[in-house]
Design a protein. Structure first.
Length: 476
């Protein structure tokens, strides 16, 4: 007959076996991460003197992997480390946060941001760190008899992994990294797993209002927001998940995040109707601007989140042919991103790509799109290249020198010149946003940067392309 002591011993042995199996799985996962990290997408050392800032070794680690970085560190030797060293350090810090300091809020920090620059890891490095974090956390705190602290650690690791997937998806779309495989299905699966854990905690744990608010806002509402982004291929799901997040924030009085969710919902709906509803563009621009201002208030003007929101707003400005405002705005974003995050950071790369688009000037010649390059012969001849196709095929384009009388700027930044009836707008900078035939004469609508000037209809021959924006002395 089996005694109570024997049963207790058997249970302990089963728990130890389960823990060992989880550790073995984690070791296998870690080996796969270190062996499969796409180092061609992670910045390698720029000089032979770059050493790991943990072990101080310049050589490859035990698995033959070099020091890498993908954050906001700059310089030839700053911020580099072995991935294996980063993971070991993060494990120690996370364990200390739980067992020594008692600060669960610090649990995910070493897995999320660089110890040197205090900015988030990016791209494949962020994915590798978040995957290692989840493996470590599940093996250490994911046992069957979890305390509320254990559950919170696993929830933090799940959220960190989901965030890294969402960020990678957004950046791949914005930088057009089509060759990169984004683990969207994994993100959706982990999101549903996290939501299931939250439901279990709400049923089983006795929580104060403060703790319930944190669980529902920081985890549940945030996860629904992430699911909305991961479900971008289905508009109905995007809106449904965003509405759930908004309702939770509203329930607990988190007005700023509820407003941000509502802006996203408005943007989703406007995107679906913009082809049939001209007011949808204005709704989109309002939503993107509001999201940008909200992010400044919460995250600061130079955070990655704010810069991404700014990029979405700038893209919409371009869509609505507000070229001058878009270009000046993106110039500011580019300067801020380069100063804070460095020239090689994803944010800076994305902003510079958009800035190059903003600086291009396109015209119509022979009813085809051309890119205007410069003027010649005292601005009587315009040098153009094209015809421009989408996607663009530069090798098939031709460079032409065309009389300015033969080109039309359909949506371009221009300066008025030679006007007799309206001399007050000569030399004024504006955007061409539309054109129509008025009394057998084709004219374009010019909206001026000077807000005190009303839009004017001008003949194309009275316009000159502004290839470079003049300094805006009224800017901050």
């Amino acid at each position: 007959m089996t005694s109570v002591g024997d049963l207790h011993q058997n249970q302990q042995q089963q728990q130890q076996d389960q823990q060992q199996e989880l550790r073995n799985n984690r070791e296998r996962t870690l080996t796969e991460q270190l062996g499969g990290l796409a180092l061609d997408t992670v910045e390698k050392a720029l000089s032979d003197g770059a050493a790991c800032y943990f072990c101080l070794d310049e050589e490859d680690d035990e698995m033959g992997k070099p020091v890498v970085r993908d954050c906001s560190c700059r310089g030839n030797d700053a911020g580099y480390a072995h991935l294996s060293c980063m993971i070991k350090y993060a494990e120690q810090k996370s364990t200390s946060a739980v067992n020594v300091n008692g600060k669960i809020s610090d649990f995910g920090e070493p897995w999320y941001e660089c110890l040197s620059c205090k900015q988030p890891f990016k791209n494949q490095l962020a994915l590798a760190m978040s995957s290692a974090c989840l493996s470590f956390t599940e093996s250490t705190y994911g046992h069957s008899r979890q305390s509320i602290i254990d559950k919170l650690c696993v929830m933090i690791a799940l959220r960190l992994r989901i965030v890294s997937i969402v960020d990678f998806k957004v950046e791949c779309l914005m930088v057009a990294l089509c060759q990169e495989v984004v683990p969207v299905d994994e993100g959706k699966m982990l999101s549903k797993k996290l939501l299931s854990m939250i439901e279990q905690i709400k049923k089983e744990e006795q929580m104060t209002y403060v703790h319930l608010k944190r669980i529902r806002c920081e985890f549940e509402a945030a996860t629904y927001s992430y699911l909305g982004i991961l479900s971008a291929d289905c508009l109905e799901l995007c809106i449904a998940y965003s509405e759930k997040a908004r309702d939770i924030y509203q329930l607990f009085g988190v007005k700023d995040k509820a407003e941000a969710c509502q802006n996203s919902i408005d943007a989703f709906r406007a995107s679906s109707t913009r082809c049939n509803d001209s007011s949808a563009d204005h709704t989109l621009m309002k939503s993107f601007k509001s999201n940008y201002e909200h992010s400044i208030a919460i995250n600061g003007s130079t955070s990655e989140q704010t810069i991404r929101c700014g990029l979405a707003y700038a893209e919409q400005l371009r869509e609505m042919r507000c070229g001058i405002e878009a270009e000046r705005f993106v110039m500011k974003l580019a300067a801020d991103s380069c100063r804070v995050h460095g020239p090689e950071h994803n944010c800076t790369v994305m902003v510079n790509l958009l800035l190059e688009k903003c600086k291009k000037r396109f015209v119509l010649h022979d009813k085809k799109n051309f890119e205007a390059l410069s003027y010649e012969d005292d601005e009587k001849i315009c040098v153009v290249t094209g015809p421009v196709t989408e996607p663009r095929q530069a090798d098939k384009e031709r460079i032409l020198r065309v009389s300015i009388c033969l080109i039309v700027p359909p949506c371009c930044t221009v300066v008025c010149t030679g006007l007799v009836s309206s001399p007050h707008i000569n030399g004024k900078l504006g955007d061409v946003r539309d054109g129509k035939v008025v009394g057998d004469v084709f004219r374009v609508d010019v909206h001026f940067e000077d807000a005190e000037l009303k839009p004017a209809r001008v003949r194309p021959e009275n316009l000159r392309i502004a290839f470079k924006l003049p300094c805006n002395h009224g800017a901050d």
